[in-house]
Design a protein around this ligand. Structure first.
Ligand code: CDP
Length: 211
């Protein structure tokens, strides 16, 4: 069984859009008996609140106020994964005041009992001392295809080329922003899932954790 020390382990999983971070993080968390936090949901929920209020996601004052007012139930909404919110999340995520407002919640979540967290800056900013850090990548075509299939499966009409172009634009924005850019931590293990299905990615990550 898990020892007390193992329970407090923090595992950081970062990477670009639709690389398979969430699937891997959820499975690792279940396997290791750790809580799981999808930090992208925080930015998505802030964007949703901004959009619902008729405000602009690039407005720093509005976005920071919405981040400060974020409620647990905002994370449970079923309209957080759609193209408009993808773009809005990337916009609010580039605002330093929004990131600062969400930082303590993420640290507290992991500090209490350990956790697996996935996002863009977990290994670099949120938990630079994480016990293990993964940077999950895949080719842009593989990632766009996964996201397109997800949307189609949920009945959201989308063109593959549009999904791919939106994803490339968001990755570029995430990687080039000044505040917590998307970049592998120096000590992150890079895992390319282009040719791996979810089971293979999980097995590869477990092997790495066990060595
Ligand atoms: O599911 P997907 O990989 O497409 O995106 P996500 O993880 O839900 O994140 C949505 C957006 O939130 C990203 O494009 C980033 O701009 C932002 N984000 C961030 O800046 N930092 C995080 N730790 C997580 C997400």
């Amino acid at each position: 069984m898990h020892e007390a020390g193992a329970r407090r382990r923090v595992i950081a999983i970062d990477g670009p859009a639709a690389a398979g971070k969430g699937t891997l993080a959820r499975r690792l968390a279940a396997h290791l008996g750790l809580p799981y936090l999808d930090t992208g949901l925080l930015y998505r929920a802030v964007a949703r609140r901004v959009l619902d209020a008729g405000q602009h996601p690039s407005d720093p004052v509005a976005a920071q106020a919405q981040a400060a007012g974020l409620l647990p139930e905002d994370l449970e909404r079923n309209d957080l994964r759609m193209p408009e919110v993808d773009r809005g999340a990337a916009a609010v995520a580039s605002i330093p005041g929004v990131r600062a407002t969400l930082l303590a919640f993420q640290r507290n979540f992991g500090a209490a009992h350990g956790a697996v967290l996935d996002g863009r800056d977990i290994g670099t900013i949120i938990f630079p001392e994480a016990d293990a850090k993964f940077f999950i990548t895949a080719s842009v075509d593989a990632r766009a295809r996964r996201r397109w299939l997800e949307l189609v499966a949920r009945g959201i009409a989308a063109e593959f080329e549009t999904v791919k172009a939106d994803m490339q634009a968001r990755d570029a924005a995430d990687a080039s922003r000044a505040a917590a850019p998307l970049v592998p931590a120096a000590d992150a293990i890079i895992l390319d899932t282009t040719a791996l299905d979810a089971d293979q990615a999980f097995a590869a990550a477990l092997r790495i954790l066990e060595t």
